[in-house]
Design a protein around this ligand. Sequence first.
Ligand code: SIN
Length: 495
Amino acid sequence: MASTSLSQLKRKDLFQQKGYIAELWVDSASSATFDVTNPATLETIATLPEMTVADTEAAIAAAHEAFQTYKKTTGRQRAGWLRRWYNLCLEHIDDLALVLTLENGKPLAEAKGEVTYAASFLDWFAGEAERTHGEVVPAANPNQRILTIKQPLGVAACLAPWNFPIAMITRKVGAALAAGCTTVWKPAGETPLSALAQAVLAQEAGFPKGAINVITTLNNVAEVGEALCKSKLVRKLSFTGSTRVGKLLAQQCSQNLTKLSLELGGNSPFIVFDDAKIETAVEACLLAKFRNSGQTCVTANRIFVQEGIYDKFAAALVERIKVLKVGNGIDSGVNIGPLTHNRAVEKAIGHINDAKANGASILLGGSACQPDNLQGYFIQPTVLSGMSTKSLTTREEVFAPVVALYPFKTEEEVVAQANDCDVGLGSFIVTESMPRIWMVAEGLEVGMVGVNLGILSACECPFGGVKESGYGREGGRHGIDEYLTTKSILMNVMG
Ligand code: SIN
């Protein structure tokens, strides 16, 4: 094992450096490999197979073969496997969190939070597996009876991002396996290790051979993605990532009209009204902005603060952020880890410079940094005040721990500004007024609204967006439907 931290793993077999097809740990057909890097130290922590289109086709074929029998299993059987997997996740939470911190950078406490969140989807979809029933439909023709049944779509390709490498796997795969689909996983090339650890546990939970397959790639991601989209054997594809890639996948899936769920980029407004409680607003903002170092699709990107509370809120926020410790996620006391890429640091610095050029002032931070002499991709937690709507952050996701404060005067004005963008995923409002909660929540063009809180994630709640943030919902009652089709059966009962 390349990293000394990895020697702390209690279950060494959770650290896999191969792809996984039909119950075999495999290399790439081309024998090529790529390295996985710890973004805090830039140390290489693993070397994995750079899998190809041929490997992808082998994984799809294995999943398709397995589907022929898996589709006939009962919801109760599938629920049993999901619950065992859920229990194994919690049993091995320390190991899973360690692997996650090493590949993604998020602090260990946050990584444990993600493992718990990831496991919750397995528990939730275990329950849903037995509730995929159809309905009896009253027929207009007295000679007929009509009913519907729900059936699994087939092979599901699950493409997960690097920001929540474990939770986005289980949110997709848990639903797919519960529905009776078999799966091909494509974790992000930056963070494949925690998904491979999950594959070990899922197999141990008892899923049949071929129900789970994992393709690892960093450099062949475009070809592998296209192979998944264009295969006639893949009947469902679920992707979390950028709007740019989501649009490309939608084009490629149009070839066979493969059913698609897309959870894409956001530009969440976080709106603090004059009547907000300062402490509630600050704590919610901290959660909405700093989770995973600001690298979430629902991160608070444009923080709109009403004039009457602006100065107090800005001052309280700066005081709260000042005490956050930036560093290596495996060290205790660290609140903010590195960004996952160097280009993310460059982008954030570009946004800060652009904000300054448009008249903003820096209340805190503002630069890249190297805490404890670490070589990784760190940036100081930053607060920018007096943002202009001309700034780049008004249109682009910052994806870094950079808080951009925009002053506003009225409710109408702020709702119009919040909606003036191409995407609509998350949003947050902080107010003590019940009528305002309803009016603003109904008026925002988004998929999710958080009221007086800073996290939108719950396995029982549908997650997804509108506009160019994509379509489909994950989690909740709706999550499993994405992997099912409704078949209608019409019967002549008059002989
Ligand atoms: C995301 O950023 O895409 C997912 C965040 C979450 O589920 O909370």
